[in-house]
Design a protein around this ligand. Sequence first.
Ligand code: PEP
Length: 259
Amino acid sequence: MSDRTLLLAGNWKMNHDHLEAISAVQKLAWALEDAKLDDSDCEVVVIPPFTDIRSVQTLVQGDKLWLKYGAQDVSQYAPGAHTGEIAASFLSRLGCSYVVIGHSERRADNHETNEVVAAKIKAALSAELTPILCVGESLQQRQEKSHVEFTLGQLEESLAGFDAGDLSGLVIAYEPVWAIGTGETATAADAAEMASAIRTRIGEKYGEPLAQTTRILYGGSVKADNVAEIVASADVDGALVGGASLSGPDFAALCKAAV
Ligand code: PEP
């Protein structure tokens, strides 16, 4: 059992408008209370679309809920002439704690390279947001057995230019692309293998203290009925959850199953 706090982060992707977001967060808070969970058990984070963040902030801060929240992406740029972008400082001013960076859907749909991902991590850190850096291989890479090498390569390139002092608090989500939104889950052994490889590589590059404090999540079709087995691995510190985080009661059931 590690000292790392279990983290369950719900990535809503492009689901729930700002009214639906209020209802989803209220139901999540009630269901967590019914399940008798609190922040001594785990950290629960909701990651809604940008347009919902203000609503979530009002609810969480107004009702003094223990939930945290974050954003699904951030601009690499400082505020200025970048139409359509959202600056890291805007997110921290809205009370966001976390920001997902390098999700495979953004890498695929928006051609985000590891270089862009590194620039976004830099922007997030400068605004005191905690990045949740996503890495993970395609089905082909897994079949070719190059999944560990590929994922560690993504990790290293996405963290190029940082030193250990910059990265304290960083969260890494191992998300095999073939398991996201497909109903296919990596086995607990697959998740454990990669989480261990990631932790070892962080130790080699940045030293053991950072390796031992960095939280590593697994993401890819995690549900209430498979989360316990996945987080039972010593190196897996929680889950990044898509579909199963959209309903408050379902996400609370997943959190309950994980603790
Ligand atoms: C995700 O969006 O990061 C994810 C893991 O999605 P799902 O749980 O739906 O596979």
